[in-house]
Structure formats: structure tokens, C-alpha cells
Design a protein around this ligand. Sequence first.
Ligand SMILES: *Cc1c(COP(=O)(O)O)cnc(C)c1O
Length: 225
Amino acid sequence: MSIRTPTIQYTSSKAGRDLSNVALVAVSKRKPIEDIAQAVTAGQTHFGENYLQDAQDKIDHFQSQNLCSPLVWHFIGRIQSNKAKTIAQLFDVVETVDRLKIANALQKHLVSLNKIMQVYVQINIGRESQKAGVMPEDAIEFVKQVATNKQLQVNGLMAMPPFNADPEQTRKYFRQMKELAKKVEKQGVLETCGLSMGMSGDYPVAIEEGATLVRVGTAIFGERS
Ligand SMILES: *Cc1c(COP(=O)(O)O)cnc(C)c1O
């Protein structure tokens, strides 16, 4: 397979945004080590995974490679509290914090690991019953609570809006996320509130609306089996 490079440069300049403010997380879930190795050769450093066992093998593999710039692993799946310890050990960033129980469990394990973890609070921006995430109106209070955990550095908010084949239909959710981020900053809860939003089908629109981090799988690695 060959790695395709998403056109973040193009969309950013179109949106009048500074490219240095948009990071790409290559979502490598269910993709083999060889695919990740190709992306690493192409200069990619941030990777997203959501299956723990699968992620462990990959992270162990690349840790043993002594790369000159270490990879940054993002956990983007639903967190079960009995898995908090493994997640705290393996990952650098957790993007799916949506329950205080999880935040507290991560905090506890991070203390014993003497490790600081960057986290995002997941927002259920489309208010979908089948999706994880904090409701938008609870976001401010929730972020405040999570930030009391000293080992957790809250970078911002994350969302997976309702799926729509037409990315223009998703724009309003990205806009709502941006409004929420502004509110978080205005109320002094976080100094700067990052936004992890946008996937293969809609990342250009997400960048136009203020994403600081996009999570792209299929557009880089091809369809997952
Ligand atoms: C799978 C996944 C992605 C990437 O999806 P693509 O459509 O393949 O780009 C992004 N975010 C999360 C949370 C995911 O689970």
C-alpha cells in the first residue's frame, strides 16, 4: 500500500489558518505495523488507536526501534475503567475522557507512573444516545473537575459529530464546538482550548471551523477491513 498525504496545507491556507496550529493524528487502528512504519518514514509522529491489545503490540514495536523523534500515541476509543491502568502506561494523549470515574482512575495510575498525560474531554455534540461524551451544557463544569487532577493536562475538547456523507452538514457541529471552546477560554477554565475534530470525510471543514487536531485514518491508510 502507499500512504496518501491529506491536504492539510491547502485547506489551512484556504481557511486563513496558521498551519502550525493544526496537528494530524494518523488513525492506524486495525492497520498493520508495516503501514505505520511507512507513515513514520514519511515523517508522521502522532498516531491514534482504539483497541488496546492491538495498540500495545504496535507501541512496544516502535519503542524498541529507538526512533530519533519518539512517536506520540493517542487513545481515541471508549475507556473502560478496568483498562485505565494500561491506557495510562501505554499512551501519551487520551482524547476520550467523558466520565469523572475515568479521569480519577487515570490520575491514580499516573501518580504511580510519575507521568503527565495530555487529555481531551469528549463532547457528545450531536446529543446522540449511542455515542459517548459529555453533553455540551455540562462541558464547562466537567472540564473544571477533570483539571483538578494534577497528572492530567487538559488540552481541549474532542468530538465525533453525527455522520453525514456531506461534510457541509457537519459544519454546524464543528461551529458549536468552537463556540464551546471559546466559552471554556472566556470563563478561564483553560487558557487555550484545543479542538480535536474532523476525520477523513470532513477534516477540511473541521479545519476551517477551528480544529487544532484532526484524526484521519481512511484517507491515509485506505479502507479498514
Ligand atoms: C476511526 C476513527 C477516526 C478516523 O476515521 P476515518 O474516517 O477513517 O478517518 C477518527 N476518530 C475516531 C474517534 C475514530 O474512532
